[in-house]
Design a protein around this ligand. Sequence first.
Ligand SMILES: *Cc1c(COP(=O)(O)O)cnc(C)c1O
Length: 381
Amino acid sequence: MSSIPAFELSQQYQLIGEEIGQAVLEILASGRYIGGAAVENFEQQFADYIGVEAAVGCNSGTDALFLALRALGIGAGDEVITSSFTFFATAETISAVGATPVFVDIQPDSFNLNLDLLEAAITARTKAIIPVHLFGQPIDMTRLMAIANQHQLWVIEDCAQSTGAAWAGAKTGSIGHLGCFSFYPTKNLGACGDAGAITTQDTEIAARLRRLRDHGQTQRYVYEEIGVNSRLDAIQAMVLQIKLRHLEAWNASRRQIAERYQTWLAPIPGLITPQAPVGGESVWNQYTIRVASPTSSQTGSERDAIRQSLQQLGVGTALYYPLPLHAQPVYSHLGYRLGQLPITEQVAQEVISLPMFPELSQAQQQQVVYALKDLLSAEAA
Ligand SMILES: *Cc1c(COP(=O)(O)O)cnc(C)c1O
């Protein structure tokens, strides 16, 4: 049996490689490498796809978050509520603008912020909430926006893993005040390098974002504020234009794969499958299961052993995320105690992300399921 990677891009490249090669050569010949028509066209197409007034391209998803916080004037003395069970950049950018991340626990079935705990975390210094649509699963944006509006807070959606996902018929990134997207190669819409974008319905905020990504420049060599250099390359914009046309089909394929996993894995004891959202549509950037820990002293060793055995059986997996952000060395000064975010801490010991990419075949998926079945039943015996 051949081995199955957790993620791979070569089959996708076979499908669109020629078209991309052609488009990239045209950009190379044009001599216009940063900004220009390729970038403007992609921004328009992406704004139309998400259903917003404006999309502003930038260098990465991390920069998208940083620029979003800057555009809203969030900085020193401010608090921003977010999840501790996410990629580091979500909190890193809050710190990078001088504000303080405030971590709220998650729900064990969706891995997203537990909205029941949100209001208790709001203080007089809270300026914004950054919900993360983790693994492609949309959070309940109706309820989140109601809480945010009541307390007059900004909402910046971290859509790095949720390009194409929807809540109540609206795409993630069109509901909050700002949406931040990553086009890192492993994301649902991935460039051939680093790239990102910010979406918004507010054209004034969009104008400030365009200024901030270009050194705070308003006219050539006139600077109104301190910005950064975070523009989108024309080559990446062309790649993204081509890939955007395939995104709905790729996301549909991910959904089909997720449904099969749900059906095939449900009967296996000792294994908890992720719950599909009610009221929204996930795009399954990851399909992440939990293996229940047998003891209360969780170290993740049980999970690590299963991952290792799967690897020996030719099944690649990924681990998102082993150490929650409130437990990171860099945030020790924030004073979080062990046990303060119990669900976050528990799932960090239990999660395994299974192979998930649009081209994953039924036969490959079956191999993954058989391997898990064998391992977990051997354990139970
Ligand atoms: C990938 C990711 C980011 C950062 O995006 P980059 O393009 O890698 O900078 C931010 N938040 C989440 C949840 C991500 O998964």
